[in-house]
Design a binder for this molecule. Structure first.
Ligand code: FE
Length: 247
């Protein structure tokens, strides 16, 4: 399997490129509009055909490049089936793997950051990776105080579903704000300061209720935009730019 971890610095988002070396079919997990050109260049350089954009959830902190990538490459947009967005081509559901040549994405329903959030497990002969979106971050987790977040739900998703994966499964999060790139299930299960060790549900819920995080800067723009897969038609793109920026 071909694999690249890519970083978008403004929102500290990791985008992941996975591809099947036999067929040249590729997928991008959580691509960001700011890095659209970089991602297209990379696909071109590696001579890959983008088959899918895969979203872990409807993001609040950045705008996805899904629709633009579809317009430019003909890829299909896969995101959680329970999310009522018309721009989706493929509805993701736990128990229904998505195949990309020899690469199989196994969706895991991991709500709590949002109520439709999914993680993706990819098992390969050399080892497994899990793309945890904003459910599980390195030494952290996504916030649960906006959109459809719920701390108790996130606790169960992480402890019962993600921490049930084998110890050496590599954990690739959607964000890191301190240049950390990868962890393992064993490491997070043992020492994640929010969810690991013997942290109880009550402790986690209290901790998440007292974070006092600022209102997400881009949420009012990003959530409606991402419900349109980042904007698909010229009219949508224009409307999403808003009245003040002048394009
Ligand atoms: Fe998020």
């Amino acid at each position: 399997m071909l694999f690249r971890q890519l970083f978008e610095p403004e929102s500290s988002t990791y985008t992941y490129l996975l591809a099947c070396p036999d067929t040249g079919a590729a997928a991008l997990i959580d691509p960001v509009v700011e890095t659209l050109e970089r991602d297209l260049d990379l696909l071109h350089r590696l001579q890959l055909r983008l088959a899918y954009v895969l979203e872990t959830h409807i993001h609040a902190d950045h705008i996805t490049s899904a629709c633009r990538l579809r317009a430019l490459t003909g890829c299909r947009i896969a995101l959680p089936a329970m999310e009522p967005v018309p721009c989706r081509d493929v509805g993701i559901q736990e128990g229904h793997p998505l195949d990309l040549g020899s690469v199989r994405f196994q969706p895991l329903f991991t709500p709590g950051h949002t109520d439709t959030h999914h993680s993706y497990l990819v098992e390969q002969p050399g080892g497994s990776r899990v793309f945890t979106g904003d459910a599980l971050l390195i030494d952290g987790c996504g916030r649960t105080d906006f959109q459809s977040g719920d701390a108790a739900t996130l606790y169960r998703s992480v402890r019962e579903k993600l921490f049930a994966l084998p110890d050496d499964t590599l954990v690739y999060p959607a964000h890191d704000y301190q240049q950390r790139r990868v962890s393992t299930i064993a490491q997070e299960r043992e020492r994640n300061p929010r969810l690991g060790g013997d942290k109880t549900l009550e402790e986690f819920v209290a901790l998440m209720a007292n974070l006092q995080l600022p209102y997400p800067k881009k949420i009012d723009l990003a959530v409606p935009a991402n419900r349109q897969c980042g904007g698909c038609t010229p009219d949508e793109l224009e409307a999403l730019r808003g009245p003040d920026t002048g394009g």
